[in-house]
Design a protein around this ligand. Sequence first.
Ligand code: C5P
Length: 309
Amino acid sequence: MTLAEEFPGVRVRAPGKINVFLEVGARHDDGYHELATAFQAVSLFEDVVASHADDFSLAITGSVDVAGVPQDDSNLALRAARLLQQQTGYDGGVHLDVRKEVPVAGGMGGGSADAAAALVACDALWGTGLSTRELHALAARLGADVPFSLMGGTAIGTGRGDALNPALARGRFEWVIVPNALGMSTPKTYGELDRLREQHADAVPPAPATPAVPSAVLQALRAGDPQMLAHALHNDLQAPALRLRPDLREVLERGERDGALAGLVSGSGPTIAFLVDSAAAGRELADRFERDGIEALPVHGPVHGARVI
Ligand code: C5P
């Protein structure tokens, strides 16, 4: 029996996310901003299959356009595998098959989910047996959103967004995701927020000294009440994202006109997430977009974090 037959690949599934609330504070010297966010993991998943190999390699497929995903050593899933190897001293490599469902460069943490899935998959494949805490520490080194994809569910993130506390969330929230063919750069959106705060203080409020998730958001999540949550949705990155991409405003307005309780830019954009009050309303809104040739995906949250399937 060959090695590959004896040890077939390990498949791990990790979710994308929506920031139902995101407040951005001051920029630190390392370029990162202090923030407070409420994450919800939603039912768009990245699947990573890790199989034994002598070196490190990667293949990427997906239901979304994967042309923009780097295939070289800068790929976040490969970086995750290498980081785990360095930290554990494991003597070998891995081949990663990544199947993407989360829009690329869309503000939904797809790359972060790949990294979270790769960490869990390699840890299982190699038998390195890291604790949840150790995996979380490695995840935080790979990117601010990677720890949340490990954890899943609904959580409050502070610091860079990587200091996590689970939030109580009852029931299931229904969303419609409208991806956009043109990805956006996260640092650019944050940079535009800094610029607006400096140069357009009349139109954009200043950075809060201590970003915090308001109690209205926590209450709405705890109550499982979409109407309440619709009133509390907020994203400080929405204004800069709309400045950079004015065309997104029309998508937002259309969704709200066509039955969404509320819409918001997801993370640093350009994906728009609409909150709806039932699965049927989600399907109806998605159908309306699709009839006009605009891709729209009904999803729900919260869902589980990265795990072997
Ligand atoms: O950690 P990650 O690679 O996802 O972050 C991408 C970029 O987003 C950072 O380089 C930074 O420009 C911006 N960012 C930030 N503050 C955060 C998280 C991300 O400014 N808390």
